[in-house]
Structure formats: structure tokens, C-alpha cells
Design a protein around this ligand. Structure first.
Ligand code: GRG
Length: 315
């Protein structure tokens, strides 16, 4: 199955450095997914550690959403891609946290009344309902700025890689990416609710950050162009499967299970295609994602596992 064209991205891969490779001894077996979540959580806390006392309220608003039980899927994906290229975890830490900050920034903004007007996120009141729209907006922007800052100040990446990676992240957030997808969702969907429009929206709103996570992690790991293409294809299919399942959970889930505001009145894959076809599409995209990484053989086992985990998620 072919995913729609990926959003425009710039730059290429940088040259390899053998010093960045991890040993492959048995005692260095890859950590579990749960451990990657904990690691990400701790590093996010470290990165946000020091703040001007006067800004305590802003920091509290940031913490409120950043540490409210997110699944950390994008950082996990980033680390698993790193494992594929034997990249030291430390070398991907800033990038992984940056991806989670971008994601969190988008959730806070998405919930604002003039956007999706969400009131519940991860079983808690939306950020703006606790801290006000003014503070929530600033928290969203601060997280975005912090995300770029992390990568730009990462001592583990060369200047060339920093600039390639930040360029990709900026484009992923901007008009060619999440902002463009959100605009289409808010302003175009109701007048042109067909499959092509829906695919455009979800490619830009959701899949683009998955693609960026995989691509930037692969670049940091000195992957070849073919390898990067394979990872991007996997990520695009994964992003679509993820979003269609999100729509399915929206359609058939209960608020108490999904833990966020449900969008029953919105056009989505399920309202357009029905429950059965949506389930089929999730399976198809997951299958295509796995196919895309066949070039890595058994080394990609944990990415295959990730796609299966996401297929079975309930929230
Ligand atoms: C400020 C970055 C930024 C973008 C502005 C608001 C906006 C444009 C885009 C909205 C993007 C958005 C919220 C897409 C939905 C993606 C999605 C399916 C989120 C749910 O992801 P999970 O399940 O969430 O990984 P958790 O709660 O586990 O973190």
C-alpha cells in the first residue's frame, strides 16, 4: 500500500563516525519499552529543571501536560530507530525529548477553544481550563522553542547534523506540516470532506511528526539514503494506522477509556469509511509499515513489535 506523498523536507544524510557506535555484547541488550518511557520522562524533567522563580506558573502549566501520562511513542520510536543503527542513546536523548515537546506543544494548542476546544486530555482537564488560555498558549510556544533549543545545544551532534535536524523539525511543525494540517482540519474539512482531504490532514497533523522522528533519528545514526527512505515509509504508514485507530477509538470508545474529549461530530476515517473498512486500513498500513523495514531483516524486530503494540492500543 502506498502512503500519500510525504511533506516536503530538506537536507540529506551526513557522513558516518564509527566512534558513535554501541557495543553489541549480550549484556548490552536493548532496554524494554517501559524503561525507554521512564528514561524519557526523567530526561524531560532534567531539561526543564531550572527556571526563573517568577515564571513558576508558566513552568507548572508546561509540567501539567508534559507529565500527565503521555505514552512517549515518538521518543520511543526515535530510540528504536537509534538501536537499528547502533546509535548511543545519549546521542538521541535531546532529539527524543524535543519530539515529545513538539507533540505536547501541539496537544496544548489543539485543545484551545479556538482550535478543537478539547476539555479533557489524558483523563485530566485541558491545560487552558486549569491555567487559562493566555498561559496555555505561552506554555505551548515555550515548549516548541525549547524543543529546537535542545537539539541546537546538543553536544552529541555535529553542527551539520543539528542544522539538518532542526530544519526538518521546523518544517514538520510549520505550514508544510502540522500547522498546515491543523488549518485544513479547522477550515477546509467541512466543505470538502472526502478521503483525499482527510489523508492530507492526517499526513500533516499526525504522520508528519512520526516521519520526522524516524528520519531525524536515522540521520543522527548515519543511515544511508535507502535506509532513511525505508524508515520514513514505515513511519508514514505507522502514523496513518495510528490516526485511523485514533478515529476508531473516538467513534467507538468511551470517554473514560480514551481519556480525552471525543469528537463525535467530526468527519474522520470512521465516519467516511465505516468501522470495518477503518479496521482493515489499520491492518493494511501496519502491514505496509512492517514491509517497508524488511531491508533491515531481524535487526528491525523491535520496530515490528512497536507497530504491533500500537495496533493494540486502547487510548
Ligand atoms: C504547536 C506543534 C504545534 C502545532 C500547531 C495544533 C496543531 C498545529 C496541530 C495539532 C496536531 C495534533 C494534536 C495531532 C493529533 C495527533 C495525535 C493522534 C495525538 C495523540 O497522540 P498520542 O496518542 O498522545 O501519542 P499521548 O497522550 O500518548 O501523548
Amino acid at each position: 500500500m502506498t502512503p500519500p506523498d510525504t511533506p516536503e523536507v530538506a537536507g540529506g544524510t551526513a557522513a558516518s563516525t564509527a566512534a558513535d557506535k554501541v557495543p553489541t555484547a549480550m549484556e548490552d541488550l536493548p532496554p524494554t519499552i517501559h524503561e525507554l518511557q521512564d528514561y524519557t520522562e526523567q530526561k524531560l524533567r532534567d531539561y526543564l529543571d531550572s527556571a526563573e522563580p517568577a515564571l513558576e506558573g508558566l513552568l507548572e502549566s508546561i509540567h501539567y501536560t508534559l507529565f500527565s501520562g503521555g505514552k512517549r511513542i515518538r521518543p520511543i520510536f526515535c530510540f528504536l530507530v537509534g538501536e537499528l543503527f547502533n546509535t548511543l542513546r545519549e546521542k538521541l536523548t535531546a532529539l527524543a525529548c524535543s519530539l515529545e515537546m513538539i507533540h505536547t506543544s501541539s496537544l496544548i494548542m489543539d485543545d484551545l477553544p479556538h482550535m478543537d476546544n478539547g476539555t479533557l486530555r489524558r483523563g485530566k482537564r485541558a491545560n487552558h481550563l486549569v491555567y487559562g488560555q493566555d498561559v496555555a498558549s505561552l506554555a505551548s510556544i515555550a515548549l516548541l522553542a525549547k524543543a529546537y533549543e535542545l537539539v541546537l545545544n546538543d553536544p552529541g551532534l555535529t553542527s551539520e547534523k543539528k542544522s539538518i535536524i532542526v530544519d526538518k523539525l521546523v518544517r514538520t511543525v510549520g505550514m508544510q506540516g502540522m500547522v498546515g494540517g491543523q488549518y485544513a482540519d479547522l477550515k477546509l474539512l467541512n466543505d470538502a470532506a472526502d478521503l483525499a482531504m482527510l489523508e492530507f490532514i492526517h499526513l500533516h497533523k499526525t504522520a508528519s511528526l512520526f516521519i520526522a522522528a524516524g528520519e531525524t533519528a536515522a540521520i543522527a545514526g548515519d543511515a544511508s539514503d535507502d535506509e532513511i527512505r525505508a524508515i520514513k515509509s514505515y513511519a508514514g504508514h505507522l502514523g496513518f494506522a495510528f490516526q485511523i485507530l485514533d478515529d476508531l477509538l473516538d467513534a467507538v470508545g468511551k470517554t473514560c477509556e480514551v481519556n480525552k474529549s471525543l469528537q463525535h461530530d467530526r468527519t474522520n476515517f470512521v465516519t467516511l469509511l465505516g468501522v470495518e473498512r477503518s479496521k482493515q486500513l489499520i491492518e493494511e498500513h501496519t502491514g505496509s509499515a512492517v514491509e517497508a523495514i524488511e531491508i533491515f531483516g531481524g535487526r528491525a524486530a523491535r520496530l515490528v513489535m512497536l507497530s504491533q503494540l500500537l495496533l493494540r492500543r486502547k487510548s
